[in-house]
Design a protein around this ligand. Structure first.
Ligand code: GLN
Length: 453
C-alpha cells in the first residue's frame, strides 16, 4: 500500500484518481495483515485495487465524474465492492472516468481528462480511463471498470492492459451507477490474465439485489488457467476472424499488422483460423447509440435536483428547479445523450428509431450466435487506431461514436470479450486485439489469452 501511495503521489499529473481513500485503505490493509498473520486470509489478500468512480462504496463519495454528484456520499456498497472486501482486497480509491461513463476518451469528465502514461498528450481512452492508467502506471495492482459499449476494453487497449468484459449478467450491477441497463457490465483491468481470472471468480455469480444476474455456476477460472498450462499445451481451438473488421479502411496499419502476426501465432500453436464475413458492421454503432441513449434518458431522469445530487437553490418553482439543477449539473455530452434518447423514445419516432434498433439488435445477436455455434473464439480489433491526442476528436461526436465500431458488437449481443495487448507501435503506443466467445464462455477467453501472452 505504501508503494502505491507513493506512486500515486508521483503521478498526480496523470489525473487518474478522483480520490485516494488513504484512511479506509490503510485500516483495511491492517485488518488484512492480521488475517494473513493468522493464516486466515481470503483469495484477494494483498490485492490493492482501484474502483471506477461510478461504483458505490459505503460512506465514500461517488461522483460518476459529474458535477451532478459532486458531493454525493453513498449509503451502501455495490455487490462487487462487498465481494472484493470479503476476500480481503484493499480498495485504494475511486478512479476518474467519463461523465456517467458516456465517452471514449475520458474527456467528458467533470474532473478533466486522464493522461495516457505512455504519452501524456494522448488520451487514456474511456470511459474507464482512470482505471486503465492506474494499472498502466502501477498506481494499483488492478482496477474495476464498467463496460457498456467498450469502456473497459478500449482504455485497456490504449494503455497496454488486459481488459475483460464478462457476459452480460455474469456480474451484479447492484450499486453501479446506471448508464444503459441492458448493456452495462462490470469488468476488470489488470496486467495479467491470472489477475483477471481470480477477480472474475470473486465478482461473478447470482445476487439477490440484481435479478438480471445469471444463476449459472461460476467457473474455477484460476485453476483452469493453471491446468491449461504453458504455451501450446492447450486443446486446439476454432477461431474466426471477422473479415470486414480487418479490411476496414479506418483500421490503423500497425494494429492490422500486429493482429495478422497474432493470427499466425495462434496457427503456430495449433489452432485453426478462418476468415468469416460479418455483413452487419455498419449497423452496430447506430443501433448502439439509439438504444443506449434511450436507456440513459430514462436512467438519468432520477437526477432531478430533489432526490439527490446537485440542486439549484434559486429556483422559484418545481419546474424551474428541475430545469436549472439539470442544466447546471450535467455536462454537454450527457445532455446530448439525454436529448437524443428522449427523441428516439418520443411518440411518432419510437417505431422508426427505438423499435427498429431493437430489431437490429436481435438480428445482430442471432448472426453472432450462429457464427459462435461453429467457432470457439471470434477475433477483431478493439479500436480502429491507437490512443489519439487529447482534444483531437472531442468536438466531433460522430467521430467519437464511430471509434466504438469494434467494441459495441459484444455489448449489443451480451457476449464476453477481452482486450489483449500486442506490444507497442514505433511511437511507443500500445496495440491490441479483441477476443470474443459464446455467452458465459469467459474461460475460453482467459485460457486462450493466457497461453498466447
Ligand atoms: N464509448 C462508448 C460510449 O460512449 C462506451 C461507453 C461505455 O462503455 N461506458 O457510449
Amino acid at each position: 500500500l505504501d508503494h502505491y501511495f507513493k506512486q500515486i503521489e508521483e503521478h498526480q499529473h496523470l489525473n487518474a484518481f478522483n480520490e485516494v481513500f488513504f484512511y479506509s485503505a490503510a485500516s483495511q490493509a491492517k485488518l488484512v495483515q492480521e488475517k494473513i498473520d493468522k493464516g486466515l486470509q481470503g483469495k484477494l489478500a494483498g490485492m490493492v485495487i482501484g474502483i471506477k468512480d461510478n461504483i458505490c462504496y459505503r460512506d465514500h463519495q461517488v461522483s460518476a465524474s459529474s458535477k451532478m454528484l459532486e458531493e454525493f456520499v453513498s449509503p451502501y456498497s455495490a455487490t462487487v465492492v462487498e465481494r472484493l472486501i470479503a476476500e480481503d482486497a484493499v480498495i485504494i480509491g475511486r478512479l476518474n472516468c467519463d461523465e456517467f461513463a458516456m465517452g471514449g476518451s475520458n474527456e467528458t469528465s467533470y474532473y478533466g481528462p486522464v493522461k495516457n502514461a505512455a504519452a501524456h498528450e494522448k488520451v487514456a481512452g474511456g470511459s474507464s480511463g482512470g482505471s486503465a492508467v492506474a494499472v498502466q502506471a502501477d498506481l494499483c495492482l488492478s482496477a474495476l471498470g464498467t463496460d457498456t459499449g467498450g469502456s473497459v476494453r478500449q482504455p485497456a487497449a490504449f494503455c497496454g492492459c488486459i481488459g475483460l468484459k464478462p457476459t452480460y449478467g455474469r456480474i451484479s450491477r447492484y450499486g453501479v451507477i446506471a448508464y444503459a441497463s441492458s448493456f452495462d457490465q462490470v469488468g476488470t483491468i489488470t496486467s495479467s490474465v491470472a489477475d483477471a481470472a481470480i477477480l472474475l471468480e470473486v465478482l461473478a455469480g447470482a445476487d439477490a439485489y440484481d435479478s438480471t444476474v445469471s444463476r449459472l455456476p461460476v467457473g474455477a477460472y484460476q485453476k483452469a488457467l493453471k491446468d491449461a498450462g504453458t504455451q501450446g499445451t492447450q486443446e486446439p481451438k476454432k477461431i474466426a476472424v471477422l473479415k470486414e473488421t480487418l479490411e476496414s479502411d479506418a483500421l490503423d496499419a500497425d494494429i492490422k499488422n500486429s493482429i495478422l502476426e497474432a493470427i499466425e501465432e495462434f496457427k503456430a500453436q495449433g489452432h485453426t483460423v478462418e476468415y468469416v464475413s460479418f455483413d452487419l458492421l455498419d449497423y452496430l454503432v447506430p443501433a448502439y447509440y439509439v438504444l443506449t441513449t434511450a436507456e440513459a434518458s430514462s436512467n438519468l431522469s432520477r437526477y432531478d435536483g430533489v432526490h439527490y445530487g446537485h440542486r439549484n437553490l434559486e429556483a422559484g418553482s418545481l419546474n424551474e428547479l428541475y430545469k436549472l439543477s439539470r442544466a447546471e449539473g450535467f455536462g454537454e455530452e450527457v445532455k446530448r445523450r439525454i436529448l437524443l434518447g428522449t427523441f428516439v423514445l418520443s411518440a411518432g419516432y419510437y417505431d422508426a428509431y427505438y423499435q427498429k434498433a431493437q430489431q437490429v439488435r436481435r438480428l445482430i445477436r442471432e448472426k453472432m450466435e450462429e457464427m459462435l455455434s461453429h467457432f470457439d473464439v471470434v477475433i477483431s480489433p478493439v479500436t480502429p487506431t491507437p490512443a489519439f491526442n487529447i482534444g483531437e476528436n472531442i468536438d466531433d461526436p460522430l467521430v467519437m461514436y464511430m471509434a466504438d465500431i469494434f467494441t459495441v458488437l459484444a455489448s449489443l449481443t451480451g457476449i464476453p470479450a477481452i482486450a489483449i495487448p500486442l506490444g507497442n507501435n514505433t511511437d511507443g503506443l500500445p496495440l491490441s486485439v479483441q477476443l470474443m466467445a459464446k455467452h458465459f464462455a469467459e474461460q475460453e477467453l482467459l485460457s486462450l489469452s493466457h497461453t498466447f501472452l
